[in-house]
Design a protein around this ligand. Structure first.
Ligand SMILES: Cc1cc2nc3c(=O)[nH]c(=O)nc-3n(C[C@H](O)[C@H](O)[C@H](O)COP(=O)(O)O)c2cc1C
Length: 330
């Protein structure tokens, strides 16, 4: 049984009404020592390149915002078309396009000067030493609330090889290398479903000192073909799958991790309706990432989901989301 499952808060989650004077429900959660006013987090890669777009998401009701993943150098990424909406989500082959660490640090500083909402800085690199260097260089310049380590981008394999997230030992080494340069800032490792055992990878990150896990990155890569010109639509041919199509995969990933680790999980993938966020919390997520849902539902999805979660707490007489986290495990 997961160490998470031995607490009373899970038993309270069965829908019991709490007696006594009503306490106003709070959506606040503690994530690796950081307090978020809402569990909803902007996922990396969507509206995360500039201070002004991050501010718009914070103002819309996100409890934290994550930057686009940035690396040591500027990257152009893959040519357009790089983002392809379809009936059940998106395929993206953005290819980690980003302005590089120095420019991203300036955007982070500008955001933090104007907004108290916690910011999660996301980094990527080609190898273990690169992750350590990226963490060190970024954190010399800015102090994010959390550092997210993207070891799982599915659409740069032709250049970087298979994502590190498929290899538990590599994830453990990268986690330890980043932690050594993290200046005490909590580190979340962003995982992929595409590995032999997510539980094994999650435990390797936890054992190496990770303070949280984010699961999952986009899935695949996948491909869609233009039936008239008879060619793949994305210029890169393949791209990572996100949005509604991957919700069941994300729920299952959070479920597996919740049973395997004790560190908090940022459950991410396929949230396009308020009810989807609650599913991830019931599976064990402390916070819930939203990316593609913004394309389909707009920024209003944050306020609508906050209202839905607050209503569920009030209706159940529950003071906080602690009572719902992992409740589906029984
Ligand atoms: C256009 C786009 C760009 C993305 N870029 C990044 C990125 O730079 N770093 C990262 O860790 N994840 C990136 N992701 C993955 C998302 O953060 C998220 O893990 C994934 O899309 C699943 O969540 P969703 O279904 O809510 O979008 C990107 C996703 C999309 C759609």
């Amino acid at each position: 049984m997961s160490p998470h499952l031995s607490t009373d808060r899970h038993r309270a989650a069965a829908g019991d009404r709490v007696t006594g004077p009503p306490t106003p429900p709070s959506l606040a959660v503690r994530l690796a020592g950081v307090t978020l006013a809402s569990p909803l987090v902007l996922a990396s890669g969507v509206m995360g390149l500039s201070a002004s777009s991050l501010e718009r998401v914070a103002a819309a009701g996100a409890g934290a915002v994550t930057t686009k993943s940035c690396g040591l150098e500027e990257r152009q990424g893959h040519p357009c078309p790089a983002i392809l909406p379809f009936a059940h989500g998106l395929l993206n082959a953005v290819g980690l396009a980003n302005p590089g660490l120095d420019e991203m640090a300036a955007e982070i500083a500008a955001f933090q000067a104007r907004t108290p909402v916690p910011l999660i800085a996301s980094i990527f690199a080609k190898n273990e030493a690169g992750f350590a260097e990226a963490a060190g260089r970024l954190l010399e310049r800015v102090t994010p609330a959390l550092l997210e380590v993207n070891v799982s981008c599915p659409n740069v394999a032709s250049e970087f090889g298979q994502p590190f997230a498929a290899d538990a030992d590599a994830c453990g080494r990268i986690t330890a290398a980043v932690k050594a340069r993290a200046r005490g800032i909590p580190v979340a490792v962003k995982l992929s479903l595409q590995c032999p055992s997510l539980a094994h990878v999650g435990r390797a990150c936890q054992d190496a000192g990770a303070d949280a896990l984010t699961a999952i990155n986009s899935v695949g890569p996948g491909m869609l073909i233009d039936i008239d010109v008879r060619r793949p639509i994305l210029a890169n041919q393949v791209g990572g799958l996100s949005g509604a199509a991957i919700l069941p995969l994300a729920v299952r990933a959070v479920w597996d991790l919740f049973q395997a680790v004790t560190i908090p999980i940022i459950g991410t993938g396929g949230v396009t309706r308020p009810e989807d966020a609650l599913q991830l919390i019931l599976a064990g997520a402390t916070a819930v990432g939203i990316g593609t849902g913004i394309y389909t539902g707009g920024l209003e999805l944050f306020a609508a989901t906050n209202a839905f979660l607050a209503d569920r707490l009030a209706h159940g007489g529950l003071p906080s989301l602690d009572a719902l986290r992992g409740a589906a495990h029984g």
